[in-house]
Write a protein that binds this ligand. Sequence first.
Ligand SMILES: [Zn+2]
Length: 103
Amino acid sequence: MKKKEGLGCLCGKVAKPTKLKFKRYVLDGWKCDNCGEEYLDPLQAERILVANKLKHQKFHAKLGRIKSNLIVRIPKVMEQALGLKQGEKVTLKIKGKSIEITP
Ligand SMILES: [Zn+2]
């Protein structure tokens, strides 16, 4: 999605790229100076909605092994909700008996 260009507004004018508040987040979007209509980047908004939904959901994963390391598979929905990429570095931290993974 191109973010630098204007977006045709319902009122017939062109909405300009800007940052918009959505829940507790700031997203890319467009705002029309003429009618005040705001448009959120649909991909970013969708990602936040999915991430919020997943907060209350538990996933079970099986530990695997590659050579000497244990591996855990991250479900696709979590990958997409957080925009994780293969090869991306994450931080692991032990919290009590849990492991916290931070992108
Ligand atoms: Zn407008």
